[in-house]
Design a protein around this ligand. Sequence first.
Ligand SMILES: Cc1cc2nc3c(=O)[nH]c(=O)nc-3n(C[C@H](O)[C@H](O)[C@H](O)COP(=O)(O)OP(=O)(O)OC[C@H]3O[C@@H](n4cnc5c(N)ncnc54)[C@H](O)[C@@H]3O)c2cc1C
Length: 376
Amino acid sequence: MDFDLPEDVVAMKKKAAEFAAREFTAAAAAEHDEGEKYPDEIRRKAFREGFLDMGNPWGMLVAMEEFCRVDPGLGLSAIVPAFGSEILMLFGSDFQKKKYLEPVMHGEKMSGFAVTDSGAGSDVAGISAALTRNEDGSYLLNGQKIFITNGGIADHFYLLARSSPPPPEKRHRGLTMVVVESAMEGFRATQLKGKLGMRATNTAELTFSNVRIPAENVIGEEGKAFYYVMTFFNISRIYVAAQALGIAQGALDRLTSYLAALRASGSAAADGEAAQFLVAEVASRIDAARLLTYRAASYLFKFTPDPVATSMAKYYAAETATYAVTRILEFMGADGVTTDMERFYRDAKIMEIWEGTSEVEKLIVARMLKEKGEGK
Ligand SMILES: Cc1cc2nc3c(=O)[nH]c(=O)nc-3n(C[C@H](O)[C@H](O)[C@H](O)COP(=O)(O)OP(=O)(O)OC[C@H]3O[C@@H](n4cnc5c(N)ncnc54)[C@H](O)[C@@H]3O)c2cc1C
């Protein structure tokens, strides 16, 4: 068993760390957080430097970690312009790949992934956005989606809607995924302001009023999209785990600097038991989260994803992020709430919510272990 990353991945990690140190300045982080402003220029630079290369998933994973380590809001914004693209890579037609995926892969357009609506978040099958079929084979989309990342800035969305009523006890059937362009008539996006954290990312409510969706924009097979969404989550959850890992590591970096400053000022607290225990506890959890995340990633990137490993990684890394920021902010006292630890504290919480809450991940782990007979 080899715990070392391959040389090319280590090189990418270093390159990402250097990029983040250079571009995610304290001023830029504060400006985009306070102004709730998406950092488009940083996104373009990150693309030009090759961080959004879906053909190099390990590179993307470690870049996400290093980016969020320096600043979670800017870091995520820089690497999320292609959100949802795996859906088209796996299930899209040649036409859809050419029209929608290619421009995103060339950094010319941005995408979003729209599942959650006001009727349903965790309960994906409970969504109420609806597709009805026209006589000419096209569809009409009506309804709304909320909390959609890139909602106000993406050119198109991979969107889940109900296309037929499900049979009793089979609510996951009758769901269809389509590509919706923001330029289509009847589409409206309203940016959501005042989020707790990740304020540099753009989050919006989308509404659809008789939006005409051509038949060629249906992804895969009509009625089968619940499976596509779950497949996507098994990918995206690993990237969220990497973001969480970066946040936890970034908090530990700040603690290390804080202790060094305390030491330099002659404070005994820098090497007191409380500080030592805190460093050891946070560092141990980060290592455990990293091992879980890289293990889940190694299964996925070898095309043998393991949903149990993925959900364990996502749940544990997310909780490690909130544990690290909370404990470190508390240790720093007033210095915690008046420095950028304050932003880390706010940015971390979403890790436990999006792409599957911690409760949802735990339910998946327990159910699948029971099915495999390993939960006893
Ligand atoms: C900033 C932001 C960006 C987002 N971006 C996107 C996006 O791009 N695309 C998208 O589709 N969605 C997005 N979301 C939505 C996100 O995925 C949902 O918030 C998430 O899935 C949880 O759904 P919910 O908020 O409706 O909470 P709910 O599902 O209502 O959950 C509320 C609470 O109940 C618990 N709970 C729910 N079901 C169970 C159960 N069966 N057993 C035990 N406990 C349960 C949850 O764990 C949670 O604690 C985003 C959200 C935010 C805040």
